[in-house]
Design a protein around this ligand. Structure first.
Ligand code: FES
Length: 121
């Protein structure tokens, strides 16, 4: 599966321990920083498809789902805490020298299994 980097935000837009949601080539992507490092992961919990960003918590190298509190490692996508949910899909992310954040997503559009269920408000 080929993938392409897309420029999505200025570096200063991504603050420490705050995840922001983006749609990139149709893919739901959450971007955050933890201890200065950038992470990009699918904005869809593998438990019941809730969106992580913007309401999730970023703590100690993990993201916590706002719906039922499942936690996943930012480095690997692995579920932690014993529930054994599927790991999160991670996306390559980089910061350019001129202050932009770029994320690589598949060139193919996502399937329904990649899209979150949105809350009715
Ligand atoms: S939907 Fe994320 S823990 Fe249930």
């Amino acid at each position: 599966m080929s993938e392409t980097y897309h420029r999505i935000a200025k570096s200063e837009d991504i603050e420490e321990r705050v995840a922001l949601p983006f749609i990139v080539n149709g893919w739901p992507v959450a971007i955050c920083r933890d201890k200065g490092k950038l992470y990009a992961f699918i904005n869809r919990c593998s438990h019941a498809a809730a969106e992580f960003a913007p309401d999730c918590r970023i703590r100690s190298g993990s993201v916590m789902c706002p719906l039922h509190s499942a936690r996943f490692k930012l480095e690997t996508g692995e579920n932690i805490g014993g529930a054994n949910y599927k790991p999160l899909k991670l996306f390559p992310v980089r910061e350019t020298e001129d202050g932009w954040i770029e994320v690589a997503v598949p060139d193919e559009e996502p399937g329904m299994e990649h899209l979150p269920v949105r809350r009715l408000t």
